[in-house]
Design a protein around this ligand. Structure first.
Ligand code: WTA
Length: 649
């Protein structure tokens, strides 16, 4: 979310500080601030964490850095699934609960680590029976059900990189991702529950697969009780998971993987219309997600940990599945909406399971604030001891509400900055060490080095966030497009990573992340490229041109505003606006539905014909117009502004 000026001023006068409660610090996984100095030898620091994992063969070198390409723990051999599951089977964790799952209708399933091992082994054997081999890509399009975790772990077990696609994405978005990764198998479900109805995942998958010549098999998990969505099974192509699972055993040896073998591809929005396939590998990724899960979430053996993210996003990969299971935690997983059957659902789950560590997004916190405290206070939340946020800047007001109403003023809050590309948490407080400030992600994690730079690469107090040292869970490339990897992340400065965010320092030397500086919006914590939405709009027969910008939104942080010109000078109306919103939701997914559409006779352009998004952003944000002197026709933008203000009030 890009802060408007008033919000920014308020942010920078935020003076409150919260030291870790003494009792919390005394028992914390990390309570000694010298961890930061010790991690200055960052290779030794990360090697120490890598040593906590099980390796079939030790690595030769910790880091080989040929910018912009890194190899971590080269020569080392391990398996991520072995580390998340098998590693826990020899000791007391064997019979500890790994997964506590609740479906939206209220059905429950739970699995000990021993049971998880059998489920994952069986899933892996089913994939093998379909011919999936090491290196083959598998697409996963599932609701938040235990099988989503089993499927990911099963892929990791047999060395098949997975590409999870969020269940809220449209058939077209799914098809694009399947084709780009050249996946041969798609795992989906007959449906999943959301707000009391079922999402027809299999029907969406069928529409996608019609465009995917590479798909040989579709594996369908029966999400119990979906009688209204009987899946149309295509003979020879589609298989019910439970039928194949009945024919295999649950013992499947884990492939020996190279530290730099691919673990997964995850698509994320960039500044072009085409999503990027972010590639993560094995040894470094697991090392960092494990280290950060243990230290940032302070996980101990008796914790009940709940991260509310969907496995379709990177947070679900790193902090629902791989990090916490590598740490041997008990993980809560919930299928549905936070306001179903009522707005207290999350707090009921916290109470019912005795959740101790809770990790969610600022947009959710702002929604809870709006819904009112009474939904929270009717539940007993005294089991909570640590809270976290991720996905966008948290405004101090939401931070304070989280602290007071959810945390009972006793739980530290970790505001964690990171990205799909970074794989793991990069900037964050350590809950037993750091004095936090509401709205600040505080400091780089030990071993991570970040700076604020300007275009010339000089250090500044406010500017671009830059990561100046390689880190283990960094992306290795963009799938099939290494040039885009170089251009997007490594071309601004020499050997320095450009995340695309702006930030500033405060007087304590803490970092305040201010939002994206590129054409990527952050809508309710989800990254959406303005170009993706524009491409979807111009696909509509009535649309000639479209320009998409973010507008401030009380709950979502940012919402999508689209300026549209129509074919043949046609006049727009409310019906067409509604149709276009629906069209975008259908083309990309409901998360990309524009909040506002404004029809215009013309869009503000430079003399060379480039649309001036910055000015449109000013209009959508209700700011004074910036410099218009480079415009071909300054009157265009003034009349747009007047019309926008008349419409939006
Ligand atoms: C934003 C989500 C401020 C940021 C893990 C980043 C944040 C983008 C924070 C990545 C935070 C994430 N404070 N901004 N604590 N966490 N962001 O790839 O703009 O979905 O670049 O990864 O979210 O979003 P992504």
């Amino acid at each position: 979310m890009t802060h408007d000026r008033a919000a920014l001023d308020a942010l920078l006068t935020e003076k409150r500080r919260f030291a870790p409660p003494a009792e919390f610090a005394a028992a914390a996984v990390v309570s000694d601030p010298s961890v930061y100095e010790r991690a200055e030898d960052f290779e030794a620091f990360w090697a120490g964490w890598a040593g906590e994992l099980d390796w079939f063969e030790e690595w030769d070198t910790v880091l080989e850095w040929n910018p912009p390409h890194a190899r971590w723990f080269d020569g080392g051999k391990l398996n991520v699934c072995h580390n998340c599951v098998d590693r826990h089977l020899d000791g007391p964790r064997r019979d500890r609960t790994a997964l506590l799952w609740e479906g939206e209708p209220g059905d429950r399933r739970s699995f000990t680590y021993a049971e998880l091992s059998r489920e994952v082994g069986r899933f892996a054997n089913v994939l093998r029976s379909l011919g999936v081999r090491k290196g083959d890509r598998v697409a996963i399009y599932l609701p938040m059900i235990p099988e989503a975790a089993f499927a990911m772990l099963a892929c990791a077990r047999i060395g098949a990189p997975h590409s999870v696609v969020f269940g809220g994405f449209s058939p077209d978005s799914l098809a694009d991702r399947i084709n780009d990764a050249e996946a041969g198998v798609l795992i989906t479900a007959d449906g999943g529950w959301r707000r009391g109805t079922t999402v027809p995942l299999k029907a969406n998958a069928d529409r996608a697969v019609a465009r995917c010549p590479g798909i040989e098999h579709v594996l369908v998990v029966a999400r119990g009780g979906l009688k209204d969505h009987p899946a149309d099974m295509v003979d020879g192509r589609d298989h019910w998971y439970h039928e194949l699972a009945a024919g295999v055993d649950d013992d499947c040896p884990a492939e020996v993987m190279d530290a730099e073998d691919i673990l997964y591809i995850l698509y994320t929005s960039g500044t072009t219309g085409k999503p990027k396939g972010v590639v993560h590998t094995t040894g470094g990724y697991l090392t960092q997600v494990h280290a950060t899960t243990r230290t940032v979430f302070d996980l101990k053996d008796d914790d009940i940990y709940w991260c509310t993210a969907d496995v379709g996003w990177v947070t679900g990969h790193s902090y629902v599945v791989y990090g916490p299971l590598a740490a041997g935690a008990t993980v809560v997983m919930y299928e549905g909406a936070p306001d179903w059957p009522d707005r207290g659902r999350f707090w009921k789950i916290c109470e019912d399971y005795g959740v101790t560590v809770f990790y969610t997004a600022p947009t959710a916190i702002r929604a809870f604030m709006q819904w009112g405290e009474e939904w929270v206070t009717r539940h007993d939340l005294t089991s909570l001891r640590l809270l976290g946020t991720v996905g966008e800047p948290i405004n101090p007001e939401a931070w304070m509400w989280y602290h007071r109403v959810i945390g009972g003023e006793r739980c530290p809050i970790v505001d964690t900055w990171w990205q799909t590309e970074t794989g793991g948490i990069m900037i964050t407080p350590l809950p037993g060490v750091t004095q936090t400030r509401p709205g600040s992600a505080c400091r780089p994690f030990p071993g991570i080095e970040a700076r604020l730079l300007n275009d010339a690469g000089e250090e500044v107090d406010a500017g671009y966030l830059a990561v100046t040292r390689p880190w283990p869970s960094m992306l290795r490339t963009i799938w099939g497009d290494d040039q885009r990897y170089r251009d997007t992340y490594w071309s601004r400065w020499d050997g320095v990573y450009f995340p695309g965010d702006g930030a500033k320092y405060d007087e304590d030397g803490y970092l305040w992340i201010l939002g994206r500086v590129d054409d990527v919006l952050n809508v309710a914590g989800h990254r959406i490229g303005t170009m993706e939405v524009e491409s979807a709009l111009v696909e509509h027969a009535a649309v000639a041109e479209a320009a998409v910008v973010g507008k401030t939104h009380a709950v979502k942080g940012q919402a999508i505003a689209a300026f549209v010109t129509l074919m043949g000078g046609r006049e727009g109306d409310e019906d067409l606006a509604a149709e276009l919103k629906k069209h975008v939701a259908g083309a990309i997914g409901p998360i990309a539905r524009p909040e506002a559409i404004l029809f215009a006779a013309d869009l503000p352009k430079t003399r060379s014909g480039k649309i001036m998004r910055r000015l449109l952003g000013d209009i959508a944000a209700g700011r004074a117009l910036g410099d218009t002197t480079t415009l071909a026709d300054p009157a265009v933008v003034q009349s747009l502004k007047e019309r926008y203000e008349a419409k939006e009030g």
